[in-house]
Design a binder for this molecule. Sequence first.
Ligand SMILES: [Zn+2]
Ligand SMILES: [Zn+2]
Length: 163
Amino acid sequence: MSQVFNLRSLRPVNDWLARFEDTCRSRKIRLTAQRRAVFEALAADPGHPTVEEIYLRLKKNWPSLPLPTVYRIVEDLINLGLIRRVASENGPLRLDANMEPHQHLVCRVCGWMKDWRDPLWAQTPLPSLLSGGFMAEEYDVRVSGLCRSCADRKPKVKKIGSY
Ligand SMILES: [Zn+2]
Ligand SMILES: [Zn+2]
């Protein structure tokens, strides 16, 4: 009853990593071990991590990689079109390794995000040319709500008469 949406993971990390390496090779982008590690750490995290969260995740295997370097690598990967930022109204920049069109479930308390794909949006054609010559590229749809840990932290309201 509580499972309203299909929360199937949409993160085929190994496929993305293979595609990442292919793209670097074909576009002659320098594929350093550090760039690969940052991409992998991002791809493996379904919550669309911040740069700090990527840094913390890397700390175990890359203890000498400083935070400013992680920032620089993330910036490079964004500029190269290999990862993208996801807009969040408040809070820090969040990142996405999923370059396919998709939607997001967004926690309105902590900003956590999860990929979500509604077949409805995949089937809905984009409007061709909008006012002012605006060129539509993709639907950026988000479903706002509470993630599991924020929902658990919310004080439970006791139902009267239910035992
Ligand atoms: Zn949350
Ligand atoms: Zn995403």
